[in-house]
Design a protein around this ligand. Sequence first.
Ligand SMILES: Nc1ncnc2c1ncn2[C@@H]1O[C@H](COP(=O)(O)OP(=O)(O)OP(=O)(O)O)[C@@H](O)[C@H]1O
Ligand SMILES: [Mg+2]
Length: 519
Amino acid sequence: MDATHMRALAGAIEAMPDAFVLIEPIPTDGEQRRVLFVNRAFTRMTGYSAEEVIGQSPYMTTGPDSDPSALEIIRNARQAMQSCRVEILKYRKDRTTFWAELDLLPVYDEHQTLLNWVLFYREVTERRAQQLRRIETERLAAIGTLAAGVAHEMNNPLAYALMNIGFIEEELPALISATNHPATERWTELAGTLAEIRHGVTRVAQIVRDIRTFSRVDGSPGGRCRVPVLVERAVQMARAGMPECARIATHYDETPEVEADPGRLAQVFLHVVLNALDAIPPEKKADAGVEIHAFNRDGQVVVEIRDDGVGIAPEIMPRIFDPFFTTKEVGKGSGLGLPISHGIVRAVGGTMEVESRVGVGTTVRVTLPGAGTIVAETSSPIRRDTRAPPSLRLRILVIDDEPMIGRALKRALGQFDDIVVCQSGEDALDLLEASREYHLILCDLSMPGMTGASLFEQVRLRWPPLAERVVIMTGGASSDTTREFLEQSSVPRLDKPLDLGAIREILDRIRASYPQLPG
Ligand SMILES: Nc1ncnc2c1ncn2[C@@H]1O[C@H](COP(=O)(O)OP(=O)(O)OP(=O)(O)O)[C@@H](O)[C@H]1O
Ligand SMILES: [Mg+2]
């Protein structure tokens, strides 16, 4: 190779975007091989000039966090006189770090004598971060799918457990007063135990619902909602769940309506209010509290939830929206409240901001795009459960492949209404063929054989008016077709685990609209 060629080659090495390091073949003195040459890219990447590294060990750009297993691969390759490629954390002169993809190659002459070792490397910090993010996203998606599957399976047992608890709760007082039993303490204890069972099962049901929302298995019908009504509902629910809670002050200005699924949006406010209440230590409950203010800012609805709680430490602030991140004790928090809420708010084009000072308190600001119409607030009526025997017996057809669901519904509602139960869509069609005298058809969505969706379709084709009496019970879609049905159909639906109160509300509405027995 002539001098011109040599110069061209040297120029090329200097111009390379990769760092290039030439290392002596065997140590000339001591243990370490020394660096013979580095190019400009090396200086750019590491901050070391050629003078600073030539004659030094090539390991001066590694450090305590450089993965020992990557260093081991390099050492083994050198001993075996082979090439290798590793990703390794490199240290710059200022001891900041970057990830490099590194190639080590032995260079031989025509007699197979080792001339030098050559190192090439390029920075891959961003690529690695992207890879890690992708892995994390995939991991979360996998967890989500698994969790949604588990949640789905838990729905039926939870549904009948809750309905049966509801039944016992309603029956117990009458039974107690009827027995005249002297050991009233035992009865009281029994009622207390029942309340604890309800508490536990409701908590599991809440987690199951959260996981389903988080995994977005359910289609969400949109609608116009009045944010203060939803906030108020959330406040009532939070209070009901925490009888000993700190005071909650609310202030609602006139705000526009918002385009969103009201159930989901109410869940956002419930999660945030519960977090605020949780943040107030028990000894401060008397003089601390939560303040909620909903107002209109340039056509957007802003809800600020401020608490005098413990605050959020700056170092955990970046993680509070991560799924499953919680600082609460086992059994108290699942770490899903904020990520779920964030997902719901983002889905309707809104934002969530959190400001906090340790020892002072936290403000969560939910901003939602308004849908135009401004509505003045009046306080929302609170539902009362009046259990006077209704004037009209309803005939209800229940279709669920889980026989316990039918049994529980029959037990809970059978006193005032006639419940006909069957376990498949096919059986339901046979029953309907024989008689269509039903005020309500409660049908499970996911069933082996004919699904609730196809049963609904059959009913709609054969007996159109009857289709209006169908309510779908769903524990979330378990297949693509049922998901499509949930997203596209406007059939009323009840979420499992079923809430007896919600079913009774439906029955009351039907009673109000059917003044006499059919047929
Ligand atoms: N108002 C607040 N004050 C103090 N810390 C808060 C507040 N809101 C959230 N946090 C912190 O953020 C963490 C995550 O909240 P998130 O609602 O996602 O989960 P969680 O409340 O722990 O459990 P879950 O809501 O699922 O029952 C909480 O554990 C808590 O450390
Ligand atoms: Mg929470």
